[in-house]
Write a protein that binds this ligand. Structure first.
Ligand code: ADP
Ligand code: ZN
Ligand code: ZN
Length: 774
């Protein structure tokens, strides 16, 4: 038997299946979708079997070394999906397959040491990665001298949690009287057929060596078993009472669940209109029909709140996938899905690849969020993958948002998507929005970041025992370091960006490559001592606020306070319990929060994002203001939001004030049409990077030249230009942008350009329908 295998190498020259022999031992075992280890040149690599056959045209083929799965990791559907991904996003099939694999099933590569020289026997059978780098150097030298051999190996990462099942085998074997613990365990076992190690270990205060010696003597048998971890064990399961849907909500559910064929719906509901209720009910209906569901949420709104609502409704039938889980927890959740133990998958972007086999509905909540676009290869948009899977399963796709992205709304207007509006907030009004002109605050010589009405509003809420959410529009809140004498700003040595100062660690970090350095005492270029942080960090804002309102208890949520696992949840829980009057944070607090006691929302620098040179800047700002305003007044109490801006007359601010999506849409579409932007044009972004700037520039010019040959009235080529992020991780970057009225034409032009670039040292990446232009 022959297996066709895609190997884990991202290179154009190996972007096809390779034939391997399946040794007789595994003849009936190996099926498409399994992970295997294969030899590839001098290496050992992870491979994915995409087909099996009886014969090959090749004279000599190598055998598979090892099969890594008992059951296939990829279903037939997911294998087909990988081909679709590689064709539409122009990536290698290996890249597409690997992207679909949960982190816990990925592998790493290592080398096993085989000592030839007896003097080096202490290294024998050890893995090279376990040694510090100096020793690794010595090992490499020894390998060159022929004293050892290095054998490449594939290491699995999966870490399922295990326990030990202990059974009594023979109670008559004599034990020494001093071995009191051994005797204790034997007595314990005589009363019951079997026990778990996790249970007796603490109860009887045992160590593993006691277990080992009893096993060796033949008194007991010990068997290792897999156990499931449940990361949501601590979420109490309240008694669930289904809501009675409003007529509009029910109409939406009916439309979604009535469609037998694939269709895409836009559920356009203002914040608090009950979109989540519609999701829950549609999923419930599909489950009753014996089908399954995927609910996708942007990572950031994967708050315990949403999970709680799903757990409460569907109990153990839900698997939750997100980046906060440990590798082992991820593996457990994924295994439950692939064994058919769950019907509902809730997760962030990559959960769209969940190996469900009978999907009845796919939902993207907050469909406008940019996290749905993957920013590395394969550069797919989750909406497209959802549409492909829905066509495969003949089921509906639901895109839900209060502020749909323009592309989506335009399609719903053209009838490509079916439009389901929820115009009213459930049981209440949308909160009034007050616009504060910060220029007037300056005239009143208020130099703090907080306007008087906002400060008054917060004080009032504290008196009444109500809460406030304050959003800092992140763009305005970073701190960089500048020398007052020579004007030097401290930059990352590897990237063309300023380093950001982190106060609580007193260090400098590069947010693009992760570089870290201590805060210098003197300027590195002129040695002046007048080197200081500039700009406003979230921490500084917190200090100013504490100064203005000393009685306030503030909970701050930003990168620094939420970097530890579970910190996000802890802070939110504390706020929910009323341990703070104010929740202060960056974008991460804008969505998904549903606290009944929040009656005031303030946006500190609403327009900080308006000035970004990106055609989506207005749209993003509108979304942000609308979403965060939607956090107020979600309970019985009436809410209000206060938006501080230096551009009070800007159409984004004005339409957001009136909660008028339609007016914003009309205005923005005119501007997009004039500017030649999406959704009127499709874009392709080519990024060229090389270690030497001239190399990158020359290649960028060559690419722009080739693309220009195709230029017509419908195809426009811009560039090459230096990328906004001109240097990243020591690579110099250039960009070429391609525009066409048709998506397929952009793709074809990029495909043709890439076909000429096999085996070049300059790195070229392409991004269709890009969101990030850095
Ligand atoms: P969205 O997802 O559109 O922001 P939610 O589904 O979170 O809205 O609904 C907002 C609030 O209103 C929630 O607390 C929800 O429980 C409540 N709600 C919405 N619809 C109903 C309904 N039909 N019956 C009872 N409560 C509802
Ligand atoms: Zn200086
Ligand atoms: Zn950097």
């Amino acid at each position: 038997m022959i297996a066709e295998v895609i190997v884990d190498v991202a290179a154009a020259t190996v972007d096809r299946p390779f034939d391997y022999e399946v040794p007789d031992l595994w003849r009936d075992l190996v099926v498409p979708g399994m992970r295997v280890e294969v030899p590839f040149g001098p290496r050992a690599l992870l491979g994915i079997v995409v087909a099996v056959k009886d014969e090959t045209d090749l004279a000599r083929i190598k055998p598979i070394v090892r099969v890594l799965d008992e059951t296939p990791t990829y279903t037939e559907e997911l294998l087909q999906l990988s081909s679709y991904l590689s064709e539409t996003t122009l990536c290698y099939q290996a890249t597409a397959l690997l992207a679909m694999l949960p982190a816990a099933l990925k592998v790493s590569y290592d080398k096993l040491i085989l000592a030839e020289n007896p003097r080096l026997i202490h290294w024998n059978q050890k893995k090279i990665s376990q040694f510090p780098s100096e020793v690794q150097q010595q090992i490499l030298v020894a390998a060159q001298n022929g004293d050892i051999r290095l054998q490449p190996i594939v290491k699995e990462k999966k870490t399922s949690k295990t326990d030990k099942r202990i059974r009594l085998l023979d109670s008559t074997i004599e034990l020494s009287k001093q071995a009191t613990k051994q005797i204790l365990l034997r007595e314990y076992l005589m009363a019951r057929p079997e026990v778990l190690w996790s249970e007796v270990m603490h109860e009887l205060d045992l160590t593993v060596s006691i277990l080992n010696s009893l096993e060796k003597k033949g008194v007991i048998t010990v068997e290792t078993i897999d156990v499931n971890r449940n990361p949501y064990e601590h979420l109490v399961q309240d008694i669930f009472v289904p809501s009675t849907l409003t007529t509009h909500q029910q109409d939406a559910v009916d439309a979604i669940t009535a469609s037998e064929e694939t269709s895409t719906f836009l559920l356009h509901g203002v914040t608090g209109s009950g979109k989540t209720e519609v999701y829950l009910e549609s999923i419930h209906t599909m489950l009753q029909r014996g089908r399954q569901a995927i609910l996708l949420v942007p990572e950031i709104s994967l708050t315990p709140m949403m999970v709680k609502r799903f757990k409460r409704r569907f109990g153990d039938r839900v698997a939750v996938l997100h980046s906060g889980l440990s590798l082992g927890e991820k593996y457990d959740e994924w295994r439950k899905i692939s064994h058919g133990e769950v019907d509902v998958v809730v997760g962030a972007r990559s959960a769209i690849f969940a190996p469900l086999t009978n999907i009845g509905v796919i939902i993207l909540d907050e469909e406008h969020e940019t996290t749905y676009k993957q920013e590395e290869n394969p550069r797919y948009h989750t909406r497209d993958v959802a549409t492909w899977r829905a066509a495969y399963h003949k089921c509906p796709v639901v895109l839900g948002s209060a502020t749909p992205i323009l592309e989506t709304y335009a399609r719903s207007q053209k009838g490509v998507y079916r439009y389901l509006p929820l115009k009213e907030r459930f049981g209440g009004e949308l909160p009034p929005v007050e616009i504060i002109d910060m220029r007037k605050e300056l005239e009143r010589s208020n130099r703090t970041p907080f306007s008087l009405p906002l400060v008054e509003g917060i004080k009032q809420r504290i008196e009444r025992g109500e809460q406030t959410v304050l959003l800092l529009n992140r763009r305005g809140y970073t701190t960089f370091v500048l020398c007052r004498d020579c004007g030097e700003t401290l930059q990352c040595p590897h990237c063309a960006v300023n380093l950001t100062y982190h106060q609580h660690q007193d260090c400098l970090k590069c947010h693009y490559c992760g570089f870290e350095a201590a805060m210098p005492k003197t300027c590195p270029s002129c040695e002046s001592k007048k080197i200081r942080q500039f700009g406003t960090g979230t921490q500084k804002i917190e200090e100013e606020l504490a100064h203005l309102i000393p009685e306030a208890k503030i909970i701050r949520m930003d990168q620094d306070t939420t970097s530890r696992k579970g910190a996000h949840e802890k802070l939110l829980n504390a706020f929910e319990r009323g341990e703070g009057n104010i929740l202060l944070g960056t974008q991460m607090i804008a969505k998904g929060l549903d606290f009944p006691n929040v009656t005031l929302v303030g946006v500190i620098a609403a327009d900080a994002t308006l000035g970004i040179p990106d055609f989506r800047a207005s749209e993003r700002t509108f979304q942000l203001i609308t979403q965060v305003s939607g956090r107020a007044g979600r309970g019985a109490l009436a809410g209000q939001s206060i938006i501080q801006t230096y551009n009070p007359d800007h159409y984004v601010i004005q339409t957001a004030k009136r909660h008028d999506y339609e007016a914003f849409y009309q205005r923005e579409m005119q501007l997009r049409k004039l500017g030649g932007h999406p959704p009127f044009w499709f874009l392709g972004l080519v990024t060229i990077s090389a270690a030497h700037p001239l190399e990158a520039q020359a290649e960028a010019e060559a690419i722009a030249g080739e693309l220009r040959h195709l230029e017509s009235d419908d195809l426009i080529v811009n560039g090459p230009l230096e990328a906004p992020l001109a240097r990243l991780k020591n690579m110099y970057r250039y960009q070429v942008i391609l525009k066409h009225k048709g998506q397929e034409e952009v793709r074809e032009a990029l495909r043709a350009m890439l076909a000429l670039r096999i085996k070049q040292k300059v790195q070229v990446t392409v991004d269709l329908n890009p969101f990030v232009f850095m």
